[in-house]
Design a protein around this ligand. Structure first.
Ligand SMILES: Cc1cc2nc3c(=O)[nH]c(=O)nc-3n(C[C@H](O)[C@H](O)[C@H](O)COP(=O)(O)OP(=O)(O)OC[C@H]3O[C@@H](n4cnc5c(N)ncnc54)[C@H](O)[C@@H]3O)c2cc1C
Length: 433
């Protein structure tokens, strides 16, 4: 009998992990709507220093097909049929849909960012979905191609360059880790910009510990970035602009808040009605199997052979006050840990073992490295769903170096190269203990 077939939707952090984990025991097929891997946590730097994009990206096909030995399809999954176990895929350069069958499927399709855009569009994730491209602010660029992404990065860089020349005012909305990183990158690489950052919370970095928030605030204040907290973004209200000392408005605004679901290919019965960005997240159970939403009974969808991991899923199980698993932050490390749990369960099911592994709140979900320009950063470990939890365990140049080592070694691992694999496998052994 041949090996079972496993379809992996999305080829970034969690999809890449699944392919490496399952490639020997399954015929794996990875589908991704774009042709390249991009290390999202480093992409802010690419917009202020475009040469950095090359070190963050690689084309997926050679790595998946030649190095890992799995099949790669460059195309968008448009529909997943759980009963027939088929996926309809619109491959590149084709207007028709291809249907492919599978025995198991792991959905690693991530999410979008940017709540004020109809399909959630931001600089941070390339615009790849057909529906999103139709209403994109950068329709003239096709970010499914690495060259398209490069053009977008260069366009934004040129824009920033011009703004800097004019000593323009720039507003960053949201002082979570992304907003803080973006404001400090802009300040460092374009020192003539007049930077302001706001948040509706009383301080920066959201739920992370006070020590880390104070550290970042001190950095921003020392570099002349104006901060305003307890302040709601209300661009149509002149009082808002006066309150943040920009009575004439800002020359440019970057909204750095809010994830938005992009699971357009999933049947509505599996998607949440609620949640960040208006819902649309894939419901799942303790075994990471896709389930129906509670109003549809909440049972396992299809026959339990379809799993959802990483940013695409609902992120929590249960209700506030009665969590089975509290909300997991949408960052890469927990996505990979969930991917590992899903892989274990796919392997078990393929051996007719119904004693599935339960997932848990991944310890890696409490680690946040926030960069403050290229030479400073702070690293928090042990954060959980409670406000002000965790500890700032590393900061200043050592934390900036740590962030660079994470970036380089992680990309190396995703390229299936031995140095990265060795570094992260040792770490992963530690998680599994
Ligand atoms: C600016 C920024 C900074 C960040 N910094 C950090 C950090 O420092 N540390 C950290 O841990 N996390 C960080 N994150 C979060 C991290 O990038 C995400 O959690 C991580 O990328 C999620 O991995 P994933 O594999 O679940 O999904 P993604 O990385 O989103 O990958 C999903 C893939 O699926 C593909 N796809 C989607 N839909 C389809 C479809 N229908 N058909 C085919 N393919 C599809 C997409 O093209 C994409 O390649 C940051 C995020 C942002 C935006």
């Amino acid at each position: 009998m041949g090996k079972p077939r496993c379809l992996i939707i999305g080829g970034q952090f969690s999809g890449n992990f699944c392919a490496r984990e399952l490639k020997t025991q399954f015929f794996c097929t990875v589908v991704d709507a774009k042709e390249y891997f991009e290390y999202t946590p480093g992409v802010l730097r690419a917009f202020v220093k475009p040469a950095h994009l090359d070190s963050l990206t690689f084309t997926l096909q050679p790595v998946y097909e030649r190095k890992m030995g799995v099949k790669f399809i460059w195309g968008e999954v448009k529909e997943l049929d759980g009963d027939k176990k088929t996926a309809c895929i619109k491959t590149m350069f084709s207007n028709n849909l291809d249907s492919i069958g599978f025995d198991y499927c792991i959905i690693c399709a991530g999410c979008n960012f940017g709540p004020f855009k109809p399909m959630g569009e931001s600089l941070w994730f390339p615009t790849v979905h057909e529906e999103a491209r139709a209403v994109s602010d950068w329709k003239h660029i096709d970010e499914r191609f690495l060259e398209g992404r490069r053009r977008h990065v260069l366009e934004e860089y040129q824009k920033l360059h011009e703004l800097n020349k004019k000593k323009s005012t720039v507003l960053v909305v949201g002082a979570g880790f992304i907003g803080v990183e973006w404001a400090t990158e802009l300040e460092h690489f374009f020192p003539d910009l007049k930077m302001t950052i706001i948040d509706f919370l009383p301080r920066c970095l959201g739920p992370l510990p006070d020590g880390a928030a104070e550290y970042c605030s001190e950095y921003m204040s020392a570099t002349g970035i104006k901060e305003f907290y307890n302040c709601k973004y209300d661009p149509k209200n002149p009082e808002f602009w006066k309150q943040i000392e920009l009575p004439n408005g800002a020359d440019e605004t970057y909204v750095c808040i809010g994830v938005k679901a992009s699971n357009y290919f999933m049947p509505k019965c599996t998607l949440s009605d609620k949640g960040p960005g208006g819902g649309g997240w894939i419901h799942f159970n303790k075994y990471l199997q896709v389930t129906k939403k509670p109003s549809e009974g909440g049972g396992v969808w299809a026959d339990g052979s379809i799993f959802a991991v990483g940013d695409c899923n609902y992120g929590c199980i249960g209700e506030p006050g009665n969590w089975e698993m509290p909300p997991v932050p949408k960052i890469s490390y927990p996505g990979e840990e969930q991917a590992y749990h899903a892989c274990l369960n796919v392997i078990k099911l393929s051996k007719n073992n119904q004693n599935l592994t339960k997932t848990w709140w991944p310890w890696g979900a409490g680690m946040f490295a926030t960069s403050l320009g290229p030479h400073d950063a702070c690293f928090v470990a042990g954060a959980n769903e409670n406000k002000n939890s965790g500890y700032m365990v590393n900061w200043w140049i050592p934390a900036a170096l740590q962030k660079e080592i994470i970036e380089t070694s992680k990309i190396d691992e995703c390229r299936d190269r031995w140095v990265g694999i060795l570094i992260w496998r040792l770490d992963v052994f530690y998680i599994y203990i």
